[in-house]
Design a protein around this ligand. Structure first.
Ligand code: TRP
Length: 448
């Protein structure tokens, strides 16, 4: 998907949706959303998350789409096109930097997913107690060589795909696999709701109990919103640069956000009833899905097959997301340093591998790998999702609202649709004032 060879990129409307959903739906929805919601008290978090989606997610997605389609360039160059302002013209660099760090731990989680897929295939996920699944996860993530090997494997696999640019292949594959993932998720959610203790889990997820809400909850909800939508680092800008002129941007934005959110909620409906039913701690952090789900699979009829399918599809969802991250950085390095796509993506993959070795070791094997009281793994996650992406979102909303001519904002908004001027005015107003102010308030509030 470099500038030169594939600028016409996504041909069909479905291709546009699938590719964009492909980057958005990933570990963020199925692995990250449940554990962040679990750490933040469930229902109240969900409510705040919805506000973030509407007030921040939607307008910033639109702003990234607008800049990307208009500029037809990679994330760094796109933001240089419409202004000479020394700060505003450079916001793409922030994205490339954030992308590198996200890859440094995303690949670690993907490595774990690969191992769980393998265990599901060889039958290792049956016949254990809930505690044993807990131990199994901590032994895997706390290992030395094995998780690193897995991480290197998935990073090289992603590199192989990106360097070859099999975008059409992936588009075709996603066309079948994304709906399949969704069907499996719905099936699992229905099953999960039949477990004893399901009511308690659903109450935890949907009943807003504001006693647990702190300024940190808002920060976490905002971070999750940006992370899950692949927002705030030029990823959607890059993708939108492959959109055709007739793609209806607001409609696409609403569709992608709806699908992404639905997948996250369905994941919550799978996880939380099971959490309460099997007596697992909802706030236990990153191991949540890996510890909880095997309990469900081993109880279900046909659970072994469903387990295999689930981890395979989760792996693919993660792969399409990791590809998008690698693509953003590759497109930039490839064009800036005039290196071939293969070489540029290999250099980045090697940097990612080095970072992920530290992230992986910090999960237990070398507990000293800490900074500011967080493991390197948690720090990569926190620093990007909660700090860099919202800062990216802030600058992108300012860019869309104040730097970009309103005429451009309107033309891209109104292409191929009949929305009223009033709706556009509301969107421009949110982009100009509400979104930046909300992000700033959440930031300042949580640091006080
Ligand atoms: N959104 C993806 C997920 O939910 C992760 C991801 C892909 C991402 N590209 C991104 C996150 C860009 C932030 C920015 O798993």
């Amino acid at each position: 998907m470099s500038n030169s060879d594939n600028r016409s990129g996504f041909t069909s409307k479905l291709g546009v949706i699938l590719a964009t959903v492909g980057t958005a739906v990933g570990l963020g929805n199925i692995w990250r959303f449940p554990f962040v919601a679990g750490e933040n008290g469930g229902g109240a978090f969900l409510l705040i998350y919805f506000f973030c989606l509407i007030l921040l997610g939607l307008p910033v997605v639109m702003a990234e789409f607008t800049v990307g389609r208009r500029a037809q360039a990679n994330a760094v160059d796109a933001y240089k096109k419409f202004t000479k302002n020394p700060i505003m013209s450079r916001i793409g660099y922030l994205g490339v930097f954030a992308g590198l760090i996200i890859m440094g731990y995303y690949s670690v989680v993907m490595g774990w997913t690969l191992e769980y897929l393998y265990q599901a295939i060889v039958g290792g996920l049956t016949g254990h107690s809930p505690e044993a699944y807990g131990t199994m996860f901590s032994e895997l993530s706390g290992g030395i060589y094995y998780p690193i090997l897995l991480t290197i494997g998935v990073t090289l696999l992603t590199w192989l795909i990106i360097s070859r640019g099999v975008q059409t292949g992936i588009e075709k594959v996603s066309r079948v696999l994304m709906p399949m993932l969704f069907i499996i998720l719905i099936g699992l959610a229905i099953y999960s709701m039949t477990l004893d203790g399901a009511a308690e889990g659903l109450k935890f997820l949907f009943y807003p109990d504001f006693n647990d809400v702190t300024p940190q909850t808002f920060l976490d909800a905002m971070g999750q919103c940006f992370f899950s939508l692949s927002l705030g680092m030029g990823c959607l800008t890059t993708y939108a640069s492959y959109f055709k002129k007739d793609v209806n941007l607001p409609k696409t934005a609403v569709q992608v956000i709806s699908i992404d959110t639905l997948v996250a909620i369905v994941s919550g409906v799978i996880i939380f009833p099971a959490v309460f039913s099997f007596g697992v701690e909802p706030s236990q952090g990153p191991g949540l899905v890996y510890v909880v789900l095997p309990n469900i699979f081993q109880k279900m009829i046909g659970g072994r097959i469903i387990g295999i399918l689930f981890y395979a599809l989760l792996f693919i969802a993660a792969l399409t997301s990791l590809m998008s991250l690698l693509e953003v950085v590759t497109a930039y390095v490839h064009e800036k340093f005039k290196l071939s796509r293969t070489v540029s993506s290999l250099i980045i993959a090697l940097i990612v591998i080095i970072m992920s070795i530290f992230a992986s070791l910090s999960c237990g094997a070398v507990p000293e790998l800490q900074l500011f009281g967080k493991s390197i793994f948690d720090l990569f996650d926190y620093f990007t999702a909660v700090i860099l992406l919202p800062i990216g979102g802030l600058t992108i909303s300012i860019y869309g609202g104040w730097v970009l001519e309103e005429k451009i904002l309107y033309t891209e908004f109104a292409r191929n649709n009949k929305y009223s001027l009033a709706l556009f005015k509301a969107y421009a107003f949110i982009l100009k004032y509400i979104a930046p102010i909300c992000i700033l308030i959440v930031f300042i509030g949580s640091f006080i």
